[in-house]
Design a protein around this ligand. Structure first.
Ligand SMILES: [Ca+2]
Ligand SMILES: [Ca+2]
Length: 140
């Protein structure tokens, strides 16, 4: 993913070759900048709006003689709807309780966005000769 840019700089000496660097604010290493292109990029996966949605990066441009200037830029993540996570487990029920309305378990999926969750059984996996298990999805 390439973020807005590339950045440009001007130099009173007429230099157009700048060495770009992220000097601060990139402690988790999520961003990189093309040393000569000034293109700000996502360096690795893991950016998560629910964990942190704003990064302040201090970017510098240096000329070939080593004189430099810097600016703080703000990278803001926008939210997307993350799907809920349903625990992946095997549930047991005694045959005496395996009647209509018998409770097997109360699922507790999580949703990073905090959305309300609805449930539905979307398919039943069968192994001959009897039903073996259900697949359940949750949506939010
Ligand atoms: Ca989200
Ligand atoms: Ca969600």
């Amino acid at each position: 993913m390439v973020l807005p840019g590339p950045f440009t700089a001007t130099d009173p000496d007429g230099t157009t070759d700048f060495a770009w660097n992220i000097l601060a604010g990139n402690d988790a290493g999520y961003f990189s900048i093309g040393e000569t292109s000034g293109q700000l990029m996502v360096a690795k996966t893991g950016l998560n709006f629910e964990e942190k949605n704003e990064y302040l990066l201090f970017i510098t441009a240096a000329d070939p003689e080593g004189a430099d200037d810097g600016r703080q830029i703000n990278v803001t993540l926008t939210d997307v709807n993350d799907p809920p996570v349903v625990p992946d487990r095997t549930y047991m029920i005694e045959e005496l309780n395996a009647t209509t309305g018998g409770v097997i378990t109360t699922l507790e999926p999580s949703d990073e966005d905090g959305d309300d969750i609805t449930y539905r059984v979307v398919s039943v996996m069968r192994k001959a000769p009897s039903p073996d298990g259900n697949y359940l999805t949750a949506s939010a």
